[in-house]
Design a binder for this molecule. Structure first.
Ligand code: NAD
Length: 406
């Protein structure tokens, strides 16, 4: 198994998450007068970069997000919010954040008076997303919030309402909406070159390690909102929707959980689900905190197929396409710094130069679908309707440009 697919890599790298306009389906918006945004767009001078406060200095923030500002062309690290003053001081020194731009959780609301901060990036355990998002919005800041959006539908709705009230932008950090392998797969499906998509398969999981603090909360239902499903499965739920560019109308799901395994006291061990889509396409998804690490998706169309394995890591994703002539090829795709690209996208959204591709409504849709999966699990695989009429505002395949290969 290549190193990128090892369990350790996945734990350290964390994990991922896209849409053909199909007959009978309300089409996603296909035109938008967006400027060239992330990747190929303007490089702003430092004084014009959008200032971000990063909330939570855990594995993702320290390993990916904060280093990701270095190559950003339109955003910069302006402030830190942490419960560990010494850690925050060290990080601030390393990345040139002024000491008066370090906040604690209890004095976090003071960011309202700090004009250096325009966007707050929430990188906390899932159960804390809603509170810290709403406090940032009340402080007049825009918010980029990590996935999954929250731990309940009600919290997602409160976050969306708070953004409306504050007239601020709320984006969910679905990095795969901006990632080359996912974008290429979406574009090939939209082009029709492989025919109609019939089946999408997503397998997103790994072994959880309860001795790791960042896995301990993921295994707790209250803090994670759903174990492997909320942490890894969400990438598959999201991917099946953005690959097919339609929304499932029904789900059936099953779980296997060994309750004698101390890891699975409150969350499920492995879940498999099946979504039915209006076009007739089916998506099979699986997630687990007890199988070998995988972040893969496959798309089977009536005249060809695509395999992305790995398909949703931080780097090193690969897409293999097999066309009608059964000829296999791997399109050359750039290996993008995903967090830099996503943060620059948020900067362009705030500037009004890019469309909001992954708004709170996207996070809410995935939350509702994950709840439907768990509802079906609770009823031993009974069909649960998911036909509540959601449609995404923008098709990433149309409005997100492929980054330069240079
Ligand atoms: P982590 O456990 O490493 O970091 C969480 C941070 O929150 C730590 O700094 C911790 O000190 C702080 N914290 C504050 N109160 C806490 C509490 N009561 N309990 C535990 N920690 C507390 O987690 P992480 O891996 O950095 O994940 C953070 C968020 O980022 C999660 O929502 C996760 O789903 C998301 N994430 C996204 C990706 C991605 O690819 N987009 C990858 C990894 C994680």
């Amino acid at each position: 198994m290549p190193d990128l697919m090892s369990r350790r890599s996945l734990i350290e790298l964390g994990v991922a998450g896209a849409a053909t306009i199909l007959p009978g389906q309300a089409s996603a918006q296909t035109t938008h007068p967006r400027a060239a945004a992330t990747g190929d767009g303007t490089a702003y001078p430092d004084r014009e970069k959008i200032g971000f406060a990063v909330v939570g200095l855990g594995k993702l923030a320290l390993g990916q997000i904060i280093p990701g500002f270095h190559d950003a062309r339109g955003v910069r690290l302006a402030a830190l919010v942490s419960g560990h003053p010494e850690k925050a001081r060290q990080v601030a020194t390393k990345y040139g954040v002024p000491s008066d731009a370090i906040y604690r959780y209890d004095d976090y609301d003071r960011i309202a008076n700090d004009p250096r901060i325009q966007v707050v990036y929430i990188v906390l355990p899932n159960s804390m997303h809603a509170e810290y998002t709403i406090r940032a919005l009340k402080a007049g800041k825009h918010v980029l919030c990590e996935k999954p959006m929250a731990t309940s539908i009600a919290d997602c709705e409160k976050m969306i309402a708070a953004a409306k009230t504050a007239d601020r932008r709320l984006m969910i950090a679905y990095r795969c909406h901006y990632e080359p392998v996912s974008l290429e797969a979406m574009r090939r499906i939209r082009s029709g070159s492989l025919g109609r998509p019939r089946l999408v398969v997503t397998d997103m999981g790994r072994q959880a390690d309860p001795t790791e603090p960042s896995d301990a909360w993921r295994l707790d239902m209250g803090m994670s909102g759903g174990g492997a499903l909320a942490d890894m499965g969400v990438y598959g739920v999201s991917a099946s929707r953005y690959l097919l560019n339609e929304e499932p109308t029904e789900v059936r799901a099953w779980a296997h959980t060994d309750r004698s395994d101390p890891r699975f006291k409150s969350t499920e061990e492995s879940i498999a689900w099946q979504f039915r889509f209006p076009s007739g396409a089916i998506a099979n998804g699986s997630t687990s905190f007890s199988y070998a690490a995988t972040m893969a998706f496959r798309v089977f169309c009536d005249q060809g197929k695509m395999i992305a394995d790995p398909g949703a890591l931080y780097g090193g994703n690969r897409l293999v396409v097999e066309d009608t002539a059964q000829k296999e090829f791997a399109p050359h795709l750039p290996n993008t710094a995903q967090f830099t690209r996503e943060m620059d996208w948020m900067g362009d959204v705030v500037r009004g130069k890019a469309p909001m591709v992954s708004p709170g409504e996207e996070g809410l849709q995935d939350m509702r679908l994950m709840k439907a999966i768990l509802d079906s699990v609770a009823k031993d695989g009974a069909t649960v309707s998911t036909d509540w009429g959601y449609r995404r505002a923008f098709d990433p395949a149309v409005v997100v440009e492929m980054p330069s290969t240079a």
